[in-house]
Write a protein that binds this ligand. Structure first.
Ligand code: SAM
Length: 210
């Protein structure tokens, strides 16, 4: 159990009511999520990190020959992911652990791919969590983001950041500016796509530059 006062609403929500209605919310996004994950160029034995893996909706779309670390602060979401993996019989290369994504317990330069799906809107401090992901990525590693992040100019971005000062305690905040989250990190955006019919969700493929 990772206990942190700032995560209380998130942990209570993701351990109680969210797991019940989550499958309904995820159903219409299945093919869009799959499309986004297809942007990654997986190679055999790639090490893949999934911060905020939740109940494992990304796992069926990964090749069988990669090695996955999925981490989350919700025991219930991870338990559902583990059960789904057992039932599908394809969990041999997938390790699921309770861990705070803002303090990843992995050395630098460990992973080839990172999948951040519907996660940067949920984590308390998205800049810190993103910096942690970049730290554990190998140079040229690919980072996929599939989320409700907004593209803004500097002024509206700053306003959104102030509003997020309150929203970040909630289980989710959909007013976070993408450009502010990645600012100052050694990454380049390779590709951006629509992540749902309305473009409310976006898919971004980034590469670590050093
Ligand atoms: C909306 S769910 C997304 C789950 C999954 N990535 C998906 O696409 O379906 C967000 C997940 O992030 C997890 N989470 C929130 N803050 C976290 C943190 N600091 N460290 C790890 N996981 C966190 C929540 O427990 C939840 O399972």
């Amino acid at each position: 159990m990772v206990f942190d006062i700032k995560n209380i609403i998130k942990q209570v929500s993701f351990n109680t009511f969210i797991p019940f209605f989550y499958p309904m919310m995820m159903l219409p996004l299945r093919s869009w999520r799959k499309n986004a994950i297809r942007m990654c160029s997986f190679r055999p034995a790639d090490r893949v990190i999934i911060p905020g893996v939740g109940s494992g909706y990304d796992l069926p779309y990964l090749p069988a020959d990669v090695v996955v670390d999925g981490i989350d602060i919700s025991e219930v979401m991870l338990g559902i992911a583990a059960t789904k993996q057992r039932l599908n019989g394809n969990g041999q290369n997938i390790r699921l652990s309770i861990m705070d994504a803002e303090k990843l317990d992995f050395p630098a330069n460990t992973f080839d791919k990172a999948i951040l799906d519907l996660f940067l809107t949920c984590v308390y401090d998205p800049q810190k969590a993103f910096a942690e992901v970049v730290r554990v990525m190998k140079p040229n590693g690919e980072i996929l983001i599939y989320d409700h992040l907004i593209r803004t100019n500097k002024w509206t971005g700053t306003l959104m950041s102030y509003m997020d000062g309150v929203m970040k305690y909630n289980f989710c905040s959909v007013i976070r500016p993408f450009d502010e989250i990645i600012e100052g990190q050694p990454v380049v955006v390779i590709k951006e796509i629509k992540g749902d019919p309305l473009g409310f969700i976006r898919g971004f493929l980034l590469r670590k530059t050093n």
